[in-house]
Ligand binder design. Structure first.
Ligand SMILES: CC(C)(COP(=O)(O)OP(=O)(O)OC[C@H]1O[C@@H](n2cnc3c(N)ncnc32)[C@H](O)[C@@H]1OP(=O)(O)O)[C@@H](O)C(=O)NCCC(=O)NCCS
Length: 204
């Protein structure tokens, strides 16, 4: 039977039963993929904090903060989706769409699934839903990036059909140890110190 893709895309919340069984209760889990709501912002941020740790993924750790979630919720609400499982936050995906000349890319910026629900197909459903939405917006190609040591994510995206991996190098510099910038930092620190100790004048 032919499925009209429009029909699927217009459903705001999609509930599906996961094939996997909840090992504790023996019942199958129901996962609902829906748009992120304002009350999801804090739980999504905290779940990300637990997943993007400095030990595992230092770059993801440095760039993940509450403004990332709030900002995308404001600019790209249609690409901020959550998975709700038994009334709990099971996972999230945050993305955006980039248009360059005549080409439109869907960019998955953040994806996370609670450790309680990993390897049950939750990310699979989140990514399928965001890609469907991005296609509706004109995306004909998808981008995603992650830490090169993130085997779970790399396996996941490879299995989803992503490929053509290119390495991107991040460089960093400790400014306090730099010959010139180190002096500038010391100068700014002294300046702040001096203005803190300067007594307020009683007359203008
Ligand atoms: C990557 C991540 C989103 C996958 O979510 P998930 O819901 O467990 O993924 P799914 O169940 O839909 O897909 C499972 C597939 O992903 C891959 N995968 C997931 N976890 C894996 C792991 N720990 N080791 C190896 N492969 C893994 C496998 O291909 C797996 O298929 P399989 O179970 O048949 O082997 C999840 O592990 C996660 O949240 N990781 C931390 C955050 C992160 O790294 N996000 C991506 C970068 S922003």
């Amino acid at each position: 039977m032919a499925i009209d893709p429009k029909t699927i895309l217009e459903i705001p919340t999609e509930t599906t039963e996961l094939d996997n069984l909840d090992i504790v209760s023996g019942k199958s889990l129901e996962v609902a993929i829906r748009e992120m709501a304002i009350d999801d912002i804090a739980p999504v941020y905290h779940l990300g904090e637990n997943l993007f740790t400095s030990e595992l993924y230092p770059y993801l750790y440095r760039t993940w903060d509450e403004w990332e979630v709030i900002g995308l919720y404001n600019t790209d609400p249609e690409y901020c989706l959550v998975a709700e499982i038994d009334g709990q936050l099971g996972g999230f995906v945050l993305g955006t769409v980039i248009t360059k000349s005549s080409w439109t890319y869907g960019y998955i910026l953040w994806l996370g699934v609670s450790p309680d629900f990993q390897r049950l197909g939750v990310a699979d459903k989140l990514v399928d839903k965001i890609v469907e939405r991005m296609i509706e917006e004109g995306a004909r190609s998808m981008l995603v990036d992650t830490d090169p040591t993130n085997t779970a994510a790399i396996n996941f995206f490879t299995r989803k059909g992503f490929g053509n991996a290119r390495k991107h190098i991040f460089l960093s510099m400790n400014l306090t140890e730099h010959e010139y910038f180190g002096k500038l930092i010391a100068y700014e620190r002294d300046k702040a110190e001096r203005s803190r100790h300067r007594r307020p004048s009683r007359f203008p």
